[in-house]
Design a protein around this ligand. Structure first.
Ligand code: SAH
Length: 375
């Protein structure tokens, strides 16, 4: 296959790189593939490759992500980037270090068409799908930054709906697994519940973890919170989830953003427990982050604990996610939203200025959606 037009560096697979460099000796392709793609090194670091060839590659295969802002939590364990894409769109990536692992939460689309009212990305609407290279490059960058710690986990839980961009997301997942060497059990795709996409994943050869953003376990409430439920209602979603678990033997998890007075009542816990129990799914609870377009507050901590205890009494497995990076704009789409506001004040915001701006304009409690997973 020929390289796609206007490729960025990580859009290419090995054969496409070889084709682009037709005429170069085989060992040169091996060197480049190993250095750039498997190890994720910069062109400048490939001292065994002639300068002229490095310059040509820099020109013909530029990287896709230009850092606009980098924010680091006070304890240094959470790093969030806002990237500018070649067409001036922007997306976010979050790296989280834990005692036993390092996880990156990556975006799959600029914007999102799913229109979940409480989500900052959903409020802004859909812009475009990310390319394979734009998805893979987020992992390469985070892995480089994580050193000397080893990036062990990837969650596709940043901006966008992965299963609405599966033609690019899946090859990127295969690349992250095959070329970057992350194990399938450490890769998690999070979806709003697009059934044809779940079915495609069920057929795929690589069994990744599946997280479904449930937030409501009755159709009336879910139709409202997660509008795609009108097309793919809970009973059909359950069937698709069950088929996935049966085929892959991977653990299924349900994400549940606890919204004060909306989905945190006893009845909600009962419906959720029944739905989760029936498919032995794990429930991840997280208090909602208020966003400008949905100012309802998250459930307060004491009631989050009570909801979790009730689920457990009802026989469902649940974990409360702790808020990480509360001092940075870490909710999905929030860094981008705040940055747009900054841009109105100053036309050029350098990376270091942006970092200071991030620190001084911390919003109310924030957490990256990706931080709701334990994978
Ligand atoms: N579209 C995919 C992945 C991106 S959203 C999905 O829906 O799963 C990642 C997670 O963040 C989802 O569970 C989403 O519902 C959640 N989320 C979005 N906005 C949030 C907010 N303001 N507070 C808490 N969780 C939020």
């Amino acid at each position: 296959m020929s390289p796609p037009p206007s490729s960025s560096r990580y859009d290419l697979d090995r054969d496409q790189l070889a084709e682009l460099l037709a005429g170069e000796p085989r060992y040169r392709i091996d060197q480049l593939w190993d250095g750039l793609y498997r190890q994720g090194r910069d062109l400048g670091g490939l001292s065994n490759v002639p300068k002229a060839l490095r310059a040509r590659l820099d020109d013909e295969l530029p990287t896709a992500l230009e850092p606009v802002a980098e924010s680091v939590s006070d304890d240094g364990e959470t790093v969030k980037w806002l990237w500018r894409l070649p067409d001036d769109r922007s997306v976010e990536t979050v790296l989280m270090h834990y005692a036993d692992r390092s996880t990156v939460c990556i975006s799959t689309q600029a914007g999102c068409a799913m229109a979940c009212g409480f989500c900052a990305t959903g409020q802004a609407g859909f812009e475009r799908n990310l390319s394979i290279g734009e998805i893979v490059e987020q992992v390469i960058r985070a892995r480089q930054h994580a050193l000397p710690r080893r990036l062990s986990n990837v969650v596709l839980m940043g901006m966008g709906e992965p299963l609405a961009n599966l033609d690019r997301v899946w090859p990127a997942v295969e690349r992250i697994h095959g070329d970057l060497g992350l194990s399938a059990r450490h890769l998690t795709i999070s979806t709003v519940g697009i059934i044809p996409g779940i079915r495609r994943l069920t057929e795929a050869p690589l069994p990744v973890n599946l997280a479904v953003s449930l937030h409501a376990a009755n159709d009336e409430l879910r139709d409202e919170l997660v509008p795609i439920n009108r097309r793919y209602p809970l009973a059909a979603l359950a069937e698709a989830c069950d088929a996935y678990v049966e085929a892959t033997h991977r653990r299924l998890s349900f994400e549940w953003a606890l919204i004060d007075g909306v989905n945190d009542r006893r009845r909600d816990a009962e419906e959720l427990a029944a739905y989760a129990r029936a498919r032995r799914a794990h429930v991840n609870l997280i208090p909602l982050n208020p966003t400008p377009g949905y100012p309802t507050r998250g459930t307060p901590p004491d009631r989050v604990a009570a909801f979790a205890a009730l689920l457990s009494d009802l026989g469902a497995n649940a974990t409360v996610r702790r808020n990480r990076g509360t001092d940075i704009d870490a909710a999905c789409g929030q860094l981008r939203a705040t940055h747009a506001a900054d841009d109105q004040r100053t036309s050029t915001v350098t990376l270091s200025e942006a970092r200071i701006a991030r620190r001084s304009t911390s919003p109310v409690s924030t957490v990256a959606p990706g931080q709701t997973t334990d994978s």
